[in-house]
Each structure stands twice: as structure tokens, then as C-alpha cells.
Design a protein around this ligand. Structure first.
Ligand SMILES: [Zn+2]
Length: 209
């Protein structure tokens, strides 16, 4: 019995509701397709080595090996042991934030005040998604999070700004798993900034045949 929240059968797409979360397992060599049916929706994506969950995706390792902070096809994403985890094979939007991080209640309160209390956020979504494995909030960290379809801009003075996403309806990314993994995705529920252009939309997931 899987401890994931879902089992993805190759060739059968699954829709993740606006603000929803999911975990599932993927075998090495399989390709995961993540689609924005309506566009303009960010996915907060973490994954673990299924055989040893202390090894997880690392944006730091991925940036440091690729010598780039805007990773897209055909870049490889690395683990915290700097081993290959994913190869991005196709990416129509070509906008993914690779600085690490996800929205959380404490971050929302710090940035937006009291309205952040109890508001849906990616940290609790991801925590819910991995709970079946006996993992919790401390089993992953901000460095593990690949912000798929998210637009962040830095200017020459170091100003860091979340901007409206650029994904068009039907845009997708295809990533090939390079080791067996547990994947958890939060369909980002934040409405306090332009991350999802102030409207939450579904995402579609499919392990390709
Ligand atoms: Zn989020």
C-alpha cells in the first residue's frame, strides 16, 4: 500500500484542484508532465530519494552545478548530495524560480500581517502531502523547493520581486526522473501577491507512458 496521497498510473492525467496538494511515487526513467490548463499557476515542487528520504531535491546544488538560476530544459536538477534527480526535457513557459522557498504561515504574517494567519500556504500543503510517509515539516526545507512556473525578478540593486506568472493556458513542463522518488506538490494557494495573478487555478499531472 502506498503511503502517498495518490497513485499516478502512466498515461492517466490527474487534476490537482486550485490550492490542493498531492504526493505520489515515480520510478527512475519515467517522465512527469505538469500542465497549467488555464495558465498563470505556480506549483511548489519537492521530491525525495524514495530509498533514503534524507536525500532530497536541492536548488542550491542545482544552481551551483548548472551555474545558472533560471533552470529550464535541458537542465538537470540535483539532490542535496549533488546527485542527478531530474532532467527537464520540455518547458513551454521557461520561467521557474530556483532560489528555493515556499509560502508559509510565518512568512505570510511577516510579509502581509494578520491576514496571513491561518491562510492556506505551500508549507502546510507540502506537510500534508508527505504525512503518510511519517514525514513532517522538518523532513524538508526551503532549499528543496523548485517553484515551477513562478516568475521572480531581481534588479541591479538586488530588489527581489514576485511578478505575475507568464504561463499560458496549456503550457507544460516535462521532467524525467533520474532516480525513484517520492514527489510532493503544492498547487500554490497564495493570493497576497502576484504569484498566481490573484486567482487560483488547477494543475494537471501525468506520468507519461
Ligand atoms: Zn505558495
Amino acid at each position: 500500500m502506498s503511503r502517498a496521497t495518490a497513485i499516478l498510473h502512466p498515461g492517466q492525467p490527474v487534476t490537482l484542484a486550485p490550492g490542493g496538494n498531492i504526493s505520489f511515487e515515480i520510478e527512475a526513467g519515467k517522465k512527469l508532465k505538469l500542465t497549467q490548463p488555464e495558465g498563470e499557476q505556480v506549483a511548489d515542487f519537492i521530491s525525495f530519494n524514495r530509498d533514503d528520504v534524507r536525500e532530497l531535491l536541492s536548488m542550491h546544488s542545482s544552481r551551483a552545478v548548472n551555474l545558472n538560476w533560471k533552470l529550464t530544459a535541458p537542465d538537470v536538477l540535483y539532490s542535496n548530495r549533488t546527485r542527478e534527480m531530474w532532467q527537464i526535457e520540455e518547458d513551454l513557459t521557461r520561467e521557474n524560480y530556483c532560489g528555493g522557498g515556499y509560502c508559509s504561515e510565518h512568512l505570510n504574517v511577516a510579509r502581509y500581517g494578520e491576514v496571513g494567519k491561518g491562510a492556506p500556504n505551500c508549507q502546510s500543503n507540502l506537510e500534508m502531502a508527505v504525512r503518510g510517509y511519517g514525514m513532517d515539516r522538518w523532513s524538508f526545507n526551503v532549499d528543496a523547493c523548485f517553484n515551477v512556473f513562478m516568475t521572480v525578478a531581481y534588479d541591479e540593486n538586488g530588489v527581489w520581486e514576485i511578478r505575475s506568472p507568464k504561463g499560458k493556458p496549456g503550457d507544460y513542463i516535462v521532467m524525467r526522473a533520474l532516480m525513484p522518488q517520492i514527489v510532493a506538490i503544492s498547487n500554490c494557494p497564495v493570493l497576497f501577491n502576484p504569484c498566481n495573478n490573484f486567482r487560483l487555478k488547477p494543475l494537471t499531472l501525468e506520468i507519461l507512458k
